[in-house]
Design a protein around this ligand. Sequence first.
Ligand SMILES: O=C(O)COP(=O)(O)O
Ligand SMILES: [Mg+2]
Length: 238
Amino acid sequence: MNTQNGSTTDALQFPIAVQIVIIDLDGTLLDTAEDLAEAANEMLRELQQETLPLSTIKHFIGKGVPRLVKRTLTNSLDGEPDSELFAQALPIYERCYARHLHVHTRPYADVVTGLDRLKQNNFHLICVTNKAEAFTLPLLRATGLLDYFELVLSGDSLPRCKPDPLPLLHACEQFGVSPESALLIGDSLNDAIAARAAGCHVFCVPYGYNEGRDVHELNCDAVVGSILEAAGRITRSS
Ligand SMILES: O=C(O)COP(=O)(O)O
Ligand SMILES: [Mg+2]
């Protein structure tokens, strides 16, 4: 029995046999924090509020654009700004981020080699992100990653997003595979909770954005240094 991270599942044998690999975007595939933060600070300046350091805004990434705006306006993870201020701020943020989408944003090390390896090994690849679709698709295209994915589900593609299991269950259904034949690679508690609720395997990378929750404390099957390392820990089941 594996009691690591409080889980009591049977010890996993690596490599794990799966058919589909679902990958998170912000903080896992792409280092988006600088562009997200520049847009947030441009919004604050337009609203004549104090700007915030990149290190603070990094912790606010994870639950989609509206939450990022609320967190930025209140400088707190659970803050609820005045509703009129929020209604004014959201379109400003969206306009600023559309302009800043891929100024600094780049794939992390070993993302492209990892995706190549996964493709060579015949895994179906799916991207599941809490980012709004209007930003997800242009960003994946601009960074050369879009063509790797057979399906992209954004934060507003379905009625509920991560940590709800719905996007993962939807992806499994689309490919006709059971959740235990799917692996999610992510960077945060949202990913770990969604994967566990869906019944999927989950690996976490330690370099992303985790809302202040170290991935080593999360209930995941492995912490992997890169997408390439993740590719080495799974095998294609038929
Ligand atoms: O947009 C966000 O806040 C997080 O997006 P992610 O699900 O790709 O990490
Ligand atoms: Mg993420």
